[in-house]
Design a protein around this ligand. Sequence first.
Ligand code: PMP
Length: 441
Amino acid sequence: MDEPTAQNWEERDRSHLIHPFLPADRKDRVVIVSGEGCRLTDARGRSYLDATAGMWLCQVGHGRREIAEAAADQLRRLEYSTVFWDFTHDRAIALAERLVRLGGVPGRRVLFTGGGSEGVEVALRMARGYHHRRGAADRTWILTRSAAYHGAGYASGELSDFPAYTTGFGPHPGQVHRLSAPYPYALGQPPERVTDLLLQELEAAIAEIGAHRIAALIGEPVLALGGMVAPPPDYWPRVAQALRRHGILLILDEVVTAFGRTGAWYAADRMGVRPDLTVLSKGLTSGYFPLGAVLADEAIAGVLDSHEGFPAGHTYSGHPTGCAVALANLDIIEREGLLAAADRAGALLGEGLGGLRELPRVGEVRQYGLMAAVEIVQGHGRREPLPEGTYALADRIRDRTGVLVRGGPRALTLAPPLVISDAEVAEAVAGVREVLTETRT
Ligand code: PMP
């Protein structure tokens, strides 16, 4: 049989797949067929520099044979076992141990999930379940923040600040209160004022709703989809302190930020904050297998698995192949010193993108670890974001230069694999520069 042509794949895709966020009149498709390091290749043979690490998840780069082998070994030995009831398996145990050890903070336990949204749903259930079992059944409200993304489920979608998930399609779970995010540029405030202002806002919201009705606050240590925004250094420690005073739990969504993305295993450690619950996914397996996890402080885990046990189980929680892949992935991050590499590459990327600041469409350049963003504004001295977001700009960068960056509501974002070379960092910066330079204001 003849090999299918690129055109043939594209036609078959159009007939058979539903693509999220792709309007019907967009006919083009990029059919990715292979990857190696920071490069992806499509069915037409075109090569791309992947400055998005897939969906910000591929820490160790594409095409790592040792991970493929770890997956194949596991599939041959044991393809599936549950971790419900008293069943467990060796790979889940080894990985849970490792996740607790990596943070250097003992006294946590792990519940595995199949991905990030599922992890957020489980963490919400844990937060409410914890209060409920301690006799505080009224603690049901969840505090979230603007520019947040926490997933695509009903509850995780509502916590996110993206109209596609929060408007239309009928009623939502509710009991969600949205606070401002520590995003100085969007707030139009100098960073040194932001924490004070947002703490006032937090205290006012707690007073209005009533601390006795609030279960938890959820937040990304660094806003990812919202535009790669790191908060001022005192933000998380002070927020955590305020929440503790009111008996409100802190859930950190580290789906993007963990496993080296910020130069540390967990961003929380770098930021000097101890959450009650941490949600993990993405970089846990570098995308070689879908897996997520929730790390729960022992004080919470102990209450949750008291007499009745904790009711949150997904068939694919702690899939043995996912766990084996995660262990092989963490081995690579450790062995190749990728936390330090991320910091170094991040600084280089921040410096390179910093050179774009003088362009009229660039409002701000941000970088924290290996997360970077170019805030795009209307230009002519106007600092408002483009009403249509930066999605079309990201497409143009891809089509013109072969560099994959991600568009968003306000910024172009870059978060390449942690193994990116200096030359590839320069290539990514040049791709963004080329298109932003030609863009008329
Ligand atoms: N939280 C954050 C911060 C994310 O960026 C994402 C996915 N981009 C999720 C949760 C949801 O994870 P998933 O897509 O695996 O369900």
